[in-house]
Design a protein around this ligand. Structure first.
Ligand code: 3NM
Length: 215
């Protein structure tokens, strides 16, 4: 699945690791899928995340199996070795992780996502062969310790205006209340952690987001 095919999966892109989940992450993922998420990224990172590679791999495999039964593509954050080992559908890297241009030859057709914070970085991601970009933070977030300053939808608009033609999601502080502005600015969808993972009712939260995006 390459650039055009990925677009429909970007509508409601849920990201989580155990550190983002006040209850069992598997239950949350199942509920999120029930609520209509279209893509999942396993991001075990930051305060409260699992430490050993065995634990991380075992959890990744369990979450991958949940996604497989519902045909939700499964993306691994940052860890190319883990993604290859478990047969994930894709890998997502940030600007400080392995360089997209370097890993593309190793990932054998897997989906490649790259986080960007400017039109310049978006242009480079496109040239490096990324299938989609995550643009953020749109709004202030507490789910990423080293998040940059929120820039609203300005960067999404800049990328559109510059004619950089690559599927993209907005990320950072996105809720059902503000998701519409992200899509209106030109994003193909939204990516969220806490609006779903920290909701008391993840399925309802996902459904509410989906309704705004589709509406
Ligand atoms: N990346 P929430 S912001 C993982 O700006 C991530 O690249 C960001 O979590 C970026 O939906 C972010 O809870 C955290 O705000 C998103």
């Amino acid at each position: 699945m390459k650039r055009e095919g990925i677009k429909k999966h970007l509508a409601l892109y849920f990201i989580a690791g155990s550190q983002d989940c006040p209850k069992n992450i598997e239950e949350i993922l199942i509920e999120a899928i029930e609520g209509g998420i279209t893509l999942f990224q396993f991001r075990e990172k930051g305060k409260g995340s699992l430490h050993t590679s065995d634990e991380i791999e075992q959890l990744a495999v369990r979450l991958l199996q949940i996604c497989r039964t519902s045909n939700i593509p499964f993306i691994v954050n940052d860890d190319v070795e883990l993604a290859l080992k478990i047969g994930a559908d894709g890998i997502h890297v940030g600007q400080d992780d392995a360089k997209a241009g370097d890993i593309i030859t190793r990932i054998n057709g897997m989906i490649l996502g790259v986080s960007v914070h400017s039109a310049e970085e978006a242009k480079r991601a496109l040239a490096d062969g990324a299938d989609y970009i995550g643009v953020g933070p749109v709004f202030p977030t507490s789910s990423k310790e080293d998040a940059k300053e929120a820039r609203g939808t300005a960067v999404i608009e800049e990328i559109k205006q510059a004619g950089i033609d690559i599927p993209m999601v907005g990320i950072g502080g996105i809720t059902a209340e503000n998701a519409k502005s992200v899509v209106m600015a030109g994003a193909d969808g939204v990516s969220v952690i806490s609006s779903i993972s920290r909701s008391e009712h993840p399925a309802a939260a996902a459904r509410a987001l989906k309704k705004v995006i589709n509406g």
